[in-house]
Design a protein around this ligand. Structure first.
Ligand code: PHE
Length: 458
């Protein structure tokens, strides 16, 4: 079928969407697997611990409720309604002028996956190091530990292996690959997290640490544009909104799935895991250790502060640290899988290639796109700000306009079981709230990225 045929017909699923999920639960677990990732375990904890404290956490939760949930639901409707890959879905409901948004999804996802795979490789290497008994015991050896993880030829090999593993899952198919992985890994992750939480919260100075970090209240934080932007970007990245991942996953859903409930469960799971991680990590690490490593940003800091925290626990430390890095690896791989699925679905729809060929050729391109982040940590952080921040927020903004103004009919049809007042609130959120808030966050993000460069030139 040619492109025109695909765009006009709404009945048959397109090539990428022909496979479907084995069950509702399988879909929810896979979507939760996409959402729950290093953003929850690293990003949220780092920002809470580093100074945002209570204000950051509350603003983050506000962002999840006001923007995260409505946009997630809108993405699920768009995917399920059109049964198209992210590229064709936007065109199917909005016409050809929405094609640029369609392209933004695979492009953004591939660029995010490039640097995400680098961090995943570090997590994998940290796990391996702990299993071999290499646990840093003081600041100097922790610094050396991170430097070793993030350099040398072994880093490049680990990067290649992460991408190959991700591709192997995606190439195996929606049900046999992605769903099967999520079915065991998500419950395992939740169990490990709960175990670690019980242990961490019962540490002697846990109450004092919670108080110091979480109840830390400064009025100025609430109006700090930096904290505001971080909280909203964090919510977006954590749910994977604007990347097309949820859209791609929803294109394999049947028409009878209860999307609002599913969106609520996915949002709740993602938020709960983020909060669990905060409660696990806060008692473990000293704010001093976090502060000292601001230069390497969220990623580097936790690779130093978390091992040091575990090391301070004596003989149980290495085992608990292995559990933590193991669950971080699971979370990272299930997210990477969803990021790869986006460009793969688009290429399958565009070129009509089979899943395996498409996956392996796409992942080769992704490997090249991630090279700058592999070679330089500052470029990794810049990629995160740009692709994981600006690009995601930008496409989320466009998506809210598309679903709120251009295709509200699709929302009404697909969410007919929703009580009318709730539907009105959803439309209000998509039409006004999301564009206004996201527009503001986008402007703040651009200013924060450009400003340091300008002051360097002046
Ligand atoms: N949500 C994932 C995380 O928190 C990352 C991700 C972003 C996954 C975009 C899919 C799409 O780590």
């Amino acid at each position: 079928m040619g492109m025109a045929g695909l765009e006009n017909s709404n009945s048959a699923p397109s090539a990428s969407a022909q496979q479907s999920w084995g069950s509702s639960l399988g879909f929810v677990l896979a979507a939760a697997g996409s959402a729950i990732g290093l953003g929850n375990l690293w990003g949220l904890t780092y920002r809470v611990a580093l100074g945002g404290g209570m204000a950051f956490l509350v603003l983050y939760l506000v962002a999840v409720v006001l923007l995260g949930f409505p946009l997630l639901l809108a993405e699920l409707v768009l995917g399920r309604h059109t049964r198209r890959s992210p590229l064709l879905a936007t065109v199917a409901v909005g016409g050809p002028s929405w094609r640029p948004l369609g392209w933004l999804f695979p492009l953004g996802s591939a660029l995010i996956l490039g640097y995400y795979a680098v961090i995943t490789a570090w997590v994998g290497r940290a796990l391996l190091a702990v299993l071999q008994g290499h646990v840093p015991t003081d600041q100097a050896s922790a610094d050396a530990f991170f430097l070793k993880l993030s350099g040398g030829w072994a880093e490049a090999v680990a990067y290649g292996l992460v991408l190959a593993l991700t591709a192997a899952v995606v190439a195996t198919g929606v049900q046999q690959g992605i769903e099967r992985l999520s079915r065991w890994s998500m419950p395992a992750l939740l169990m490990l997290l709960t175990g670690l939480l019980i242990w961490s919260a019962s540490l002697a100075d846990a109450p004092a640490r919670y108080e110091e970090v979480l109840l830390h209240w400064r009025w100025s934080d609430w109006l700090d544009p930096h904290i505001l932007r971080q909280a909203f970007s964090q919510a977006f990245f954590s749910l994977g909104l604007g990347s097309g991942a949820m859209l791609a996953y929803a294109s394999h859903l049947g028409q009878r799935e209860p999307l609002p409930q599913q969106a609520a469960i996915i949002t709740a799971l993602d938020t709960a895991v983020g909060l669990l991680a905060v409660f696990i990590v806060v008692p473990l690490m000293s704010t001093a250790a976090v502060g000292q490593h601001d230069g390497t940003g969220a990623v580097g800091t936790l690779f130093v502060a978390i091992p040091l925290g575990f090391a301070s626990l004596g003989s149980a430390g290495p085992l608990l640290m292995a559990a933590f890095f193991f669950l971080a690896s699971i979370a990272a791989v299930t997210s990477a899988v969803s990021l790869l699925e986006v460009p793969v679905a688009v290429v399958m729809d565009r070129l009509g290639w089979g899943r395996a060929v498409t996956t392996w050729s796409t992942v080769a391109v992704v490997a090249l796109l991630g090279l700058p982040a592999l070679l330089r940590t500052d470029l990794l952080m810049a990629s995160h700000d740009l692709f994981g921040g600006v690009v995601l927020i930008g496409s989320g903004l466009l998506l809210s306009l598309l679903m709120g103004w251009v295709a509200p009919q699709q929302l009404r049809e697909d969410l007919s079981q929703l009580p009318p007042p709730l539907l009105r609130v959803l439309l209000l959120a998509l039409r006004w709230l999301a564009p206004l808030l996201l527009g503001g966050v986008l402007a703040l993000s651009c200013v924060e990225i450009v400003q340091p460069k300008i002051s360097l030139w002046l």
